[in-house]
Write a protein that binds this ligand. Structure first.
Ligand code: ATP
Ligand code: MG
Length: 206
């Protein structure tokens, strides 16, 4: 009998991708015995309209550059090539249709984002499609004992990752104010940001 493919999906704006994302994906790969992790840059972000988001192509390319050296990581254009607003549930439905019963899907996300997912379009359907892997930092309170626990999706697995304090918004602010970003993200991504003048415009929203 053919082995079931264990496929991790790491969705994100990746504006820019950083070591927090990469560490979380790698940790999920190992802890949950995944065959590979697909990074899925979002197309038109529906929840981040308050700020300028870099072009899908820039975000896609930074994600490719950052993951290029890892044979277990790949990048999908599925969301960025889909016209209109992107919903992760549609992506997971498409992956489910593509792989059928031959794959188990894992959606890798930050622990805080898991709660937010419940407010997303078709949350119930989303929850039925995959197992959630939620990255927490050491000592993070998952709130499972709190009243909110009843509202959490049943299939959430928590995993500790060490690099959780890194965020794209902090990196964008650092670039804008010319503070160092070295050691927060791959050097080649920092070079791409520099070469293409991302996040640099004076007065730009972060
Ligand atoms: P922003 O600061 O703009 O919100 P971000 O750093 O959170 O950006 P996203 O592209 O929004 O990056 O995140 C994609 C996914 O990665 C989300 O599920 C998020 O929870 C998770 N994530 C973000 N930063 C980290 C990190 N440092 N460690 C682990 N997971 C992370
Ligand atoms: Mg975020």
């Amino acid at each position: 009998m053919r082995k079931t493919l264990r496929l991790g999906v790491m969705g994100g704006t990746f504006d820019p991708i950083h070591f927090g994302h990469l560490v979380a994906a790698d940790e999920a790969l190992v802890q949950f015995n995944l065959d590979r992790v697909v990074f899925m840059p979002t197309g038109q972000p529906v929840r981040k309209t308050h700020r300028h988001v870099s072009s899908a192509e820039d975000r896609y390319l930074m994600t490719v550059i950052a993951t290029a050296s890892n044979p277990d990581f790949e990048v999908s254009r599925m969301e960025i090539d889909r016209p209109g607003d992107t919903y992760t549930v549609d992506t997971m439905t498409a992956l489910r249709a593509q792989y059928g019963a031959g794959a188990e899907l894992f959606f890798i996300t930050g622990a805080d984002a898991v709660r937010e997912i419940l407010t997303w379009k078709d949350a119930d359907r989303f929850i039925g499609l995959c197992t959630f892997i939620a990255a927490t930092r050491p000592g993070y309170d998952t709130g499972l004992s709190a009243a909110s626990a009843v509202a959490l999706p049943p299939a959430v697995e928590y995993m500790e990752v060490p690099a959780l304090a890194i965020s794209s918004s902090d990196i964008r602010e650092r670039v804008r104010t010319r503070r160092p970003v070295r050691y927060l993200l791959p050097e080649a991504v920092a070079s791409y940001i520099d070469k293409n003048g991302l996040y640099g415009e004076p007065g730009a929203d972060i």
